[in-house]
Design a protein around this ligand. Structure first.
Ligand SMILES: Cc1ncc(C[n+]2csc(CCOP(=O)(O)OP(=O)(O)O)c2C)c(N)n1
Length: 585
């Protein structure tokens, strides 16, 4: 097999056109086989094989720099740059991460996982090249949907200022995770339909050359387009039309489902594990759809990740015009959401914790300064969410806690979650963010409150000496720790604080009567989070405070159980630490 002989891009450069085609077919088989065992970004990677092979045929990495946007589509690049064992041999499947990673190879330049960055990175590298009189090529590879992001637009704007060229390869598979939206996609579609010839080609009007490769799986056409752009010395957009999931029929048919696949049976196309029937995503979608039916002002806003709240295609259709997807454009999503709230709408924006980082300023300024009564839902905000360093959902509490006029709540079960959501949608005071619980679905033991305007923590078990404030997804951890302490003769109080960024001073004050240690448990980084707020509260008191959460250092990818152990967050470790502390007088 040719793939077995590929140890570096030079080996690709030595291959004939026919051999490159054979190599591509071998890579396709290899990716399907590996991903059927490990899961991963199957659809995006199957569509990128020929583009990547042609890039390494024409450009000389790592002197020429190939920069992948999101970098979720860089598996073929990894195979061609000395990491094939991680795709061919089961024992090595987990040797590489799913994104570009400079710790793995000199052919990877940035640890990247968020979208719309590649053109900006390319302009930065090109600027330094030009300052030093370098001649290397800088290539940004970006998906059609990732072009939506403001950062990509901003960088396209800057390209005209460069002395030397950058090459921008647009992999247009006509999909984001769900379908695409907006004028840019209309333009890409017109370009495809009209053989690259349209009036007012946006890329050309910005001063870039533009080339269409109608079949982005045709290695010869791709190598020709890449070589001419390279030789032209001009900044060029090469628009390559590809099929997401190319070569695996199930993935070609249902492109959304196969964007990221769980381990699956190659023959039947069935995923080997299923989502539990009862899950927070599906249940909240049902709830929101019912509210939308009753009230046309309720609008769900997505930024290309609607599945995080169960808005699959059927639900999107049911929601009709009350569902908006702005594309991968979190900043615009937040500002639009703020404006809708101001204009009398009842908008609910949802995405993953990690993607909110994009829009800190929009939340702080456009949304919260003006007290816009919008609802923000944060999913995957947990150690059990995404486990790659680019995607961890552990920073949001510190991030949002610093913003005035925002109430950030962490429900611990379904009934609490839906009650908070109902209250949030109807209240008119200011912005409310909700950290979606990231555990199996739990249910409330008692009726839950309807109004969350007053900051009230909930004492669920009253004890003495030790008080455990177990926040959100770590509430169950608090339950376990309390049980273990009980076995050791300590009857701790257990509290469900609910409010991540606000203090219930009445309750905190009352704890002083019977407790000498307060323990905070939070599913996020410690610095600037919930526990640090509680520590500050008691800073002038005798009360001891033990903050349990995560240190800021996050490994490039982690196994949750091990990561919990490293942070002394397993129930037995927390119990041990508590017992040790209360031994001291
Ligand atoms: C800032 C940000 N928002 C959302 C995501 C989630 N996400 C990952 S890939 C993707 C779709 C990318 O589509 P495209 O660029 O067209 O590449 P494709 O996967 O279709 O090849 C999205 C929305 C992300 N990684 N970063």
């Amino acid at each position: 097999m040719i793939i077995e002989k590929i140890n570096s891009p030079e080996d690709v450069q030595a291959l004939s056109s026919e051999e490159l085609k054979t190599l591509s077919a071998e890579i396709r088989d290899c990716l399907i086989r590996k991903l059927s065992k490990t899961g991963g970004h199957l659809g995006s990677n199957l569509g990128m094989i020929e583009i990547t092979v042609a890039l390494h045929k024409v450009f000389h990495s790592p002197v020429d720099k190939i920069l992948f946007d999101v970098s979720h589509q860089c598996y073929t690049h990894k195979i061609l740059t000395g990491r094939k064992e991680a795709f061919l041999e089961e024992a090595h499947y987990h040797d590489v991460s799913g994104y570009s990673n400079p710790a793995e190879s000199v052919h990877d330049f940035f640890p990247i996982g968020h979208t719309s960055t590649a053109i900006s990175l390319a302009t930065g590298m090109a600027k330094v090249r030009d300052l030093q009189g370098g001649k290397e090529q800088i290539v940004a590879v970006i998906g059609d949907a990732s072009l939506d992001g403001g950062e990509a637009f901003e960088a396209l704007n800057y390209v005209a200022e460069l002395d030397g060229p950058v090459i921008i390869v647009v992999n247009d598979n006509d999909m984001s995770i769900p379908e695409n939206y907006g004028g840019l996609h209309n333009l890409l579609n017109r370009l495809k339909a009209q053989n690259g010839e349209v009036e007012n080609n946006f890329f050309k009007s910005l001063g870039l050359e533009y080339v269409l490769v109608r079949n982005g799986h045709d290695i010869d056409a791709l190598t020709e387009a890449f070589s001419s752009a390279k030789n032209s010395g001009k900044s060029t957009v090469i628009h390559c039309c590809t099929q997401k999931g190319k070569g695996y029929s199930f993935a070609e048919k249902d492109r959304e489902k196969w964007h990221w696949a769980k381990p699956f049976s190659i023959e039947s196309g069935e995923f080997l594990s299923s989502v539990p029937k009862e899950n927070y995503g599906a249940l909240v979608a049902e709830h929101l759809l019912a509210k939308m039916k009753e009230d046309p002002r309720v609008v769900v806003v997505a930024a290309s990740t609607p599945l995080c709240i169960g808005f699959h295609e059927e639900n999107r259709k049911k929601a009709g015009k009350q569902y908006i997807d702005v594309g991968i454009a979190e900043q615009n999503a937040i500002t639009m959401t703020a404006a809708m709230a101001k204009a009398g709408g009842k908008p609910v924006f949802a995405t993953n914790s990690t993607f909110y980082q994009r829009a800190y300023d929009q939340i702080a300024q456009e949304m919260c300064l003006g007290k816009c009564p919008a609802t923000l839902l944060l999913s995957h905000a947990s150690v059990w969410g995404h486990t790659n360093d680019t995607h961890v959902g552990l920073y949001d509490m510190a991030l949002l806690s610093s913003i005035p006029n925002l109430t950030y709540l962490a429900p611990t079960n379904l009934e609490e979650y839906l009650a908070i959501l109902d209250w949030s949608i109807e209240q008119k005071e200011s912005t409310v963010a909700i950290r979606i619980p990231w555990t199996r679905v739990c249910h409330a033991e008692k009726a839950v409150r309807k109004d969350y305007s007053d900051v009230k923590y909930m004492m669920t078990e009253e004890g003495e000496e030790v008080a455990i404030l177990a926040l959100g997804s770590f509430y169950q951890l608090g339950v376990e720790v309390r049980e273990k302490l009980k076995a050791a003769g300590i009857h701790a109080s257990l509290i469900n604080p609910l409010y991540i960024n606000k203090k219930d001073e009445t309750l905190l004050e009352s704890l002083k009567k019977k407790h000498r240690l307060v323990v905070t448990l939070e599913d996020g980084i410690l610095q600037g989070g919930f526990g640090s707020m509680i520590s500050q509260y008691y800073s002038l008191d005798k009360m001891k405070v033990l903050n349990k959460g995560f240190f800021k250092a996050i490994p490039s990818s982690y196994v949750p159980e091990e990561f919990m152990r490293e942070n002394r967050l397993l129930p037995e470790q927390i119990t041990e630490d508590i017992i040790e502390l209360i031994k001291e007088k």
